[in-house]
Design a protein around this ligand. Structure first.
Ligand code: AMP
Length: 148
């Protein structure tokens, strides 16, 4: 069972942004920029190719909605939409997912530093202080409200 399936089963806490019968979205525990969200299908497969086509379409629709809600709720200007589609493409969780990484303008240096930090720490267990969890919860709430 992937860590994302464990999150969906309620075995690991998450800061939820969106849930429906086919997929979920929650805050990345180690964000590459403030408000970084993961969109994950309930079906546990590793790559885009293994997804049924209609589910792939649905995930992209939800990804676009999450991105719009980040812009509305958090004031971001644009976003990276990223899939590490297989282990050799730096995928660390073998359960396909879209990263939705907001950009805020004039944030090149901060974002690039965070991306380097993110990649450097991927192999470590994620650390979640109370203040980090509170920040993720607040961002999740703003995105969730903008989506509804
Ligand atoms: P990837 O390298 O594309 O497989 O991305 C996996 C992502 O999952 C990374 O951005 C991690 O920070 C994120 N991640 C790992 N564990 C958790 C967790 N418990 N809750 C939220 N995000 C997580």
């Amino acid at each position: 069972m992937s860590i994302f399936s464990q999150i969906m089963a309620g075995e690991i806490p998450a800061n939820w942004v969106y849930q429906d019968a086919l997929c979920v979205a929650f805050m990345d525990i180690n964000p590459m920029s403030p408000g970084h969200v993961l969109v994950v299908p309930r079906l546990e497969v590793a790559t885009l190719e293994e997804l049924p086509g209609d589910l792939r379409t649905h995930l992209l629709d939800i990804t676009v909605r999450v991105a719009a809600a980040q812009r509305q709720g958090l004031g971001s200007l644009a976003q990276h939409v990223l899939v590490n589609d297989g282990k050799a493409a730096s995928q660390t969780v073998p359960h396909v997912h879209f990263h939705v990484i907001p950009r805020y303008g004039r944030d090149q240096i901060a974002t690039m530093s965070r991306i380097i930090w993110h990649v450097a720490t991927l192999m470590l267990p994620p650390s979640v202080s109370a203040s980090k969890r509170a920040r993720l919860a607040s961002q999740a709430e703003q995105i969730k409200q903008a989506m509804s």
